[in-house]
Design a protein around this ligand. Structure first.
Ligand code: SF4
Length: 455
């Protein structure tokens, strides 16, 4: 069987269609590597002729994409989708179906949460609900009435892989190159675990990957790193919900990295402040961890309670301090305009960010992605300013409260960026994080970031 795994092109802005980060590429200066494509292709190619086309990473236009699909003549096309790109993605699916007759399978958070609406479109044969690898293999084998698969007249519910180590190593070799902006070296996103037992109201992970955490064994992770190193990819981002939820597993993984042939490799991860401590900071730093991103969300304990985050500002401060002590750079993600927030509490967030002073921050705006509790709340309370999915991404304001308007939230975001980044210590710190190789790209990055801040 001929199977195409496709990250479709977008018309204007470039988007990251990866899990909890459904946002414009400019949010982080570069587009994130969509490693779900590699995860799917890694399974499919064991039994089928497989082609991976990443139109975002390879700068492929709509017309070129359609020509490439026509040349390959897939029997099945698996399409990555997200909320802000869903209309765009469906129109590409329609064109592929019309010109090649390929069956269309779509996956992603939007397909999971909003499958009934998406399936109203005749071009879509199957919606994957939840984690895509096993349901896609079932479809290719003709066993379509299985968990994780929905089509007109059938909904198998949401699928989460029970044992991640059963999955074949992702086909990273089929991906186009992606570059880490601070060093200019090639990097790749690597899933090391899935699922999260917490239930933050704005998050779609509990729906997509469930509340039970599942991890690859340290040995499986080493196999992935060895494969990446063979491909000369020596920067890895552990794209987990909670990298250190299982402390002993992370310590074991660090020991294996330290004893392996990875001295010239560095890595980064995303994490939660209350599952991180000094043992981990020390061991992870020794194993090559050079940056950690935390969802701190707010500098107000009231707001943190309101959104079900179950962390405190003290914990956040401590995590940033530990990273600094062990030479791990930090990224703090904050969300403005969360339910329960107002101008004053978002000012508290800005002041908190400046005080704890991570190396980099992002000030997102609360985004009611379908499938999140926030979406339901926003619908019930008439907080949504639009249901145009193209606007539902982390950079646009799509929520407005009676006492905190969309305009005020937007203004607060601009102020937050300006006040955080235009300080001598932040500028100097940011510049020292950039390696000489990446300096050539600096003017482009600076322009991209300034444009993003002004939006
Ligand atoms: S801790 Fe909260 S934001 Fe992070 S993955 Fe879990 S539910 Fe989502």
């Amino acid at each position: 069987m001929k199977v195409l795994v496709l990250n479709p092109p977008t018309a204007n802005r470039k988007y990251t269609r990866e899990g909890r980060c459904q946002s414009e590429a400019d949010t982080w200066l570069v587009n994130f590597p969509p490693s779900t494509l590699a995860c799917i292709a890694g399974q499919v190619r064991v039994k089928h002729e497989t082609k991976l086309i990443d139109c975002i990473g390879s700068n492929i236009s709509f017309d070129s994409c359609i020509r490439m699909v026509q040349d390959f003549k897939p029997e099945y096309t698996v399409i990555n989708t997200s909320t802000p790109t869903i209309e765009n993605d469906i129109s590409i699916a329609e064109e592929i179906k019309k010109t090649t007759g390929s069956k269309i399978i779509i996956y992603g958070e939007h397909a999971t949460a909003n499958h009934e609406n998406v399936l109203k479109n005749d071009a879509i044969d199957y919606c994957i609900r939840g984690e895509p690898e096993t349901p896609i293999m079932h479809i290719l084998e003709g066993n379509v009435k299985n968990p994780g698969i929905a089509f007109n007249g059938f909904d198998g519910g949401i699928w989460q892989e029970p044992n991640l180590d059963y999955l074949d190593i992702p086909a990273y070799d089929l991906m186009p190159p992606y570059y880490y902006p601070l060093s200019g070296n090639q990097w790749m996103f690597v899933r090391s675990g899935r699922g999260c037992p917490f239930n933050c109201i704005y998050c779609i992970v509990p729906l997509m990957s469930g509340r039970k955490t599942r991890y690859h064994s340290p040995e499986y992770m080493i196999k992935q790193f060895e494969f990446l190193k063979k491909l000369n990819i020596k920067h890895w981002m552990l794209w987990d919900e909670l990298a250190t939820f299982d402390k002993q597993r992370m310590l074991n993984l660090c020991n294996l990295i330290k004893s392996g042939d990875f001295k010239d490799c560095i890595w980064f991860c995303t994490n939660r402040v209350d599952v991180f401590d000094e043992d981990l900071a020390k061991s992870m730093s020794e194993a090559g961890c050079r940056m950690m991103a935390f969802g701190l969300e707010s500098g107000s304990n009231e707001v943190l309670k309101h959104i079900g985050k179950r962390i405190t500002t003290d914990k956040s401060e401590e995590a940033i301090r530990l990273c600094k002590k062990y030479g791990i750079r930090t990224v703090a993600h904050f969300i403005l305009g969360l339910p329960g927030s107002n101008k004053e509490s978002d000012m508290e967030t800005l002041d908190f960010a400046k005080r704890i002073n991570p190396d980099f921050v992002q000030f997102y705006i609360a985004t009611p992605f379908p499938g999140s509790q926030l979406y339901t709340l926003a619908k019930e309370n008439n907080w949504l300013t639009t249901e145009d999915w193209a606007k539902v991404e982390q950079g646009d304001v799509t929520i407005s409260y009676p006492d905190y308007s969309a305009g005020q939230i937007h203004e607060m975001r601009r102020k937050a960026y300006k006040e955080f980044y235009f300080r001598p210590r932040t500028i100097i710190n940011g510049l020292t994080a950039i390696s000489p190789k990446a300096w050539l790209k600096f003017p482009t990055y600076a322009k991209t970031f300034l444009n993003w801040m002004k939006r």
